[in-house]
Design a protein around this ligand. Structure first.
Ligand SMILES: NC(=O)c1ccc[n+]([C@@H]2O[C@H](COP(=O)([O-])OP(=O)(O)OC[C@H]3O[C@@H](n4cnc5c(N)ncnc54)[C@H](OP(=O)(O)O)[C@@H]3O)[C@@H](O)[C@H]2O)c1
Length: 343
């Protein structure tokens, strides 16, 4: 009997570090790739595992060494980490030292009071499950996923510090924290000897919060980096919804992007931005990614993709010249904060 070479173990591209610049994370010693890859959507049981594996391995070949996960990602919850763990075990284990793996805890994953929130119990239990799901002894970055105003900040921050002291995480991060709470947490963490590495916040041409509410200023002053999620506004800042909603698109498949937001106002603004991009010889997606990376406080743009072609296309954003003041003004005119968000 003979066996064909089905799914051979992946050998990473030798030129992977020639493709993408790395940027320093705040005042830490850690560099992150300008693009990081997140497994929030289409990395559970809702998408073929073979495609997920292909995307993850392609990302790594492109120099994207940072993969972002959370206990919540699936479906079901924890599913994305288990799928990533399968790729890690089969293909990426020899490269573990080259990977920056992050996970998050604190958003609800069940009815139990210990499966949500920022208590020490909830955060550290989740981390243990995540390590098991991922099949690794440590994550590189452990995040509190969202602020929990009913738990003392000292307790949530203390759990992050413990994760590092126990050798289960190398660095700690916060996500979705308001700037003043991020600042308070950064002070507590600094005093504990485990400085805040990074804050994860939503930022795009259609969501200006991090620059409007001062988060980017706080990051600069306190010396932590930022990694910005949904820089393509989940696909709204690409050309895919300009005419219609294509089959298979996130707007038809996700509770987090409603087709209702794809209305005339959205189309008018996105089409105008598409013209700004076209005048530069690039796509709207490439323009949107360059736009978030223009800020020095942004360490990395945290993108998703449902195909390797999207990844290739998006990384080509790095090949274009910087945005001019005139182009930035046009983007401000049409990139109205709140576009594409449910009111
Ligand atoms: N901390 C938090 O609370 C939080 C919240 C949300 C996300 N995140 C993190 O951020 C990561 C990225 O978020 P995101 O997926 O919303 O980012 P995004 O980059 O704004 O959106 C990615 C999606 O846009 C579509 N797309 C990408 N490139 C495209 C292209 N060139 N042409 C057409 N469509 C394209 C794809 O969706 P389809 O092809 O499926 O339509 C893709 O999955 C997540 O995986 C997660 O790690 C964190």
């Amino acid at each position: 009997m003979t066996f064909g070479p089905i799914d051979p173990v992946h050998v990473a591209a030798e030129d992977r570090y020639a493709r993408i610049p790395y940027r320093r994370t705040g005042t830490s010693g850690l560099d992150l790739p300008a693009f990081s890859f997140g497994l929030w959507q289409k990395f559970g049981t809702d998408y073929p595992f073979a495609t997920q594996r292909e995307i993850v391995l392609h990302a790594f070949d492109l120099g994207i060494s940072h993969f972002d996960n959370a206990d919540r990602y699936g479906p079901p919850h924890r599913g994305a980490q288990q799928n990533f763990g399968a790729v890690l075990a089969k293909d990426l284990a020899p490269y573990r030292d080259e990977l920056i793996l992050s996970t998050k805890a604190g958003n609800p994953i069940g009815a139990s009071p210990y499966l949500k929130g920022g208590s020490r119990k909830s955060l550290l239990t989740s981390l243990d499950h995540s390590l098991r799901d991922l099949g690794t002894d440590y994550v590189d970055i452990f995040y509190h996923h969202s602020p929990d105003l009913e738990t003392p900040l000292e307790e949530s921050v203390g759990a992050l510090v413990s994760a590092v002291q126990q050798g289960k995480a190398l660095y700690v991060g916060l996500s979705n924290y308001a700037p003043d709470r991020a600042h308070d947490a950064a002070e507590l963490l600094r005093a504990s000897g485990v400085p805040l590495l990074i804050d994860q916040a939503r930022y795009s041409i259609f969501d200006r919060n991090p620059e409007r509410n001062g988060l980017l200023d706080v990051a600069r002053q306190d010396g932590f980096g930022t990694i910005v999620y949904s820089p393509l506004a989940q696909g709204l800042l690409t050309d895919k919804y300009l005419q219609d909603i294509p089959a298979g698109a996130r707007a038809l498949n996700s509770a987090f992007l409603s087709p209702e937001v794809i209305d005339d106002t959205y189309r008018e603004r996105a089409s105008a931005l598409n013209k700004v991009a076209a005048a530069r010889g690039q796509s709207l997606a490439q323009l949107a990614l360059q736009w978030v990376l223009r800020r020095p406080e942004v360490t990395s743009a945290l993108i998703g993709a449902s195909s390797t072609e999207q990844l290739d296309h998006n990384l080509a954003a790095l090949d274009f010249p910087d945005l001019t003041d005139e182009e930035l003004a046009s983007i401000d005119e049409h990139g109205v904060h709140g576009t594409g968000q449910r009111r």
